[in-house]
Ligand binder design. Structure first.
Ligand SMILES: *[C@@H]1O[C@H](CO)[C@@H](O)[C@H](O)[C@H]1NC(C)=O
Ligand SMILES: *[C@@H]1O[C@H](CO)[C@@H](O)[C@H](O)[C@H]1NC(C)=O
Ligand SMILES: *[C@@H]1O[C@H](CO)[C@@H](O)[C@H](O)[C@H]1NC(C)=O
Length: 281
């Protein structure tokens, strides 16, 4: 009797969990199962990895907050979108941060640190998770660089709400206006043009907002000329700037991991990626 009862409860719990995740595309849940069987988590010893913090800014942005960062071995590299006299700059102020990130990968290809972190210039924004106080100083000071090395490429935002559970991109919806994702109907063409492929994944999913961290190995896993190709696409596309930049929010995970869907299970990714503060009490 007790056994039957316990079994019934288990079945109920199982069914409940199943129904909760049914809204998520199949490939997403399958990926979690693979991730979960990955074994124990380990922090490698050794000196801290070297890090470039690439700040995508325009001339009028104030990114002086970076002086409060306590990340060991950090070198800040501001890239200015609208000033070709700046030491590091985009060829043209077009395609938002995507243009700058590709320019950095191209410029620094032979001179990369262990890890490159690429961010927008704002200290506070909704692009940073609420659990991290939506604050770049708070989150970068807690970022676990070993986890970045482990995963090789990741989106600094962890929550699924924008890009994983909701607002995933369905690339077949080329004729459908979408208010939340106006770039969705352009994604198929953008993906084709950038990667020179005919088959485009049906679903593209990753947490939003294009603030990313990537290792030297992954950057060099892509031929240098390919970054040029992406720069040229951004330079030449007829899409409005705010759309062409946004198409890249959904393509970094393909560029660096060859994955269409990169949505690690939230609570695990969050606890592994953000730890106690680096050298800050
Ligand atoms: C552009 O960059 C140069 C070199 O850093 C600097 O001297 C100049 O003031 C900048 N111009 C603007 C408009 O910020
Ligand atoms: C993508 O959109 C098409 C057209 O609306 C739809 O038929 C298809 O089921 C969608 N794919 C997924 C995985 O939701
Ligand atoms: C993109 O820019 C155009 C014109 O500047 C504006 O009308 C439109 O609302 C913007 N779209 C997004 C998604 O920001």
């Amino acid at each position: 009797m007790v056994f039957a009862c316990a079994s019934a409860i288990l079945v109920l719990i199982f069914t409940y969990n199943r129904s909760r995740i049914r809204g998520v595309p199949n490939a997403v849940t399958q990926q979690h199962l693979i991730k979960e069987s990955g074994g124990t988590y380990r922090i490698p010893k050794g000196r801290p990895p070297s890090v470039n913090l690439v700040v995508a800014a325009t001339s009028k942005d104030d990114y002086s907050w970076v002086k409060h960062l306590r990340v060991p071995e950090l070198v800040v590299i501001p890239y200015i979108a609208d000033n070709i006299s700046a030491p590091h700059h985009a060829q043209k102020n077009k395609g938002h941060e995507a243009m700058i990130y590709h320019q950095y990968f191209y410029d620094f290809y032979d001179n990369l640190p262990d890890i490159s972190i690429l961010i927008h210039s704002h200290q506070q924004s909704w692009h940073v998770d609420e659990l991290l106080e939506q604050d770049m100083i708070f989150s970068l000071n807690r970022l676990d660089l070993r986890e970045v090395q482990q995963r090789q490429f990741l989106n600094m935002r962890v929550t699924w709400g924008n890009g994983c559970s909701a607002s995933t991109i369905n690339t077949t919806r080329v004729n459908e206006e979408s208010e939340v994702s106006p770039e969705q109907k352009e994604m198929q063409e953008a993906f084709r043009a950038n990667f020179n492929v005919y088959e485009v994944p049906e679903i593209l999913a990753t947490p939003c907002c294009s603030q990313i961290a990537v290792t030297r190995e992954r950057i060099r896993g892509v031929p240098r000329e390919q970054y040029k190709r992406h720069i040229n696409w951004l330079l030449n596309t007829n899409l409005p700037d705010n759309i062409s930049g946004r198409t890249w929010e959904h393509m970094w995970q393909h560029l660096f991991l060859q994955k269409a869907i990169d949505c690690p299970i939230e609570h695990k990714a969050y606890c592994r990626l953000y730890r106690k503060s680096n050298g800050v009490p």
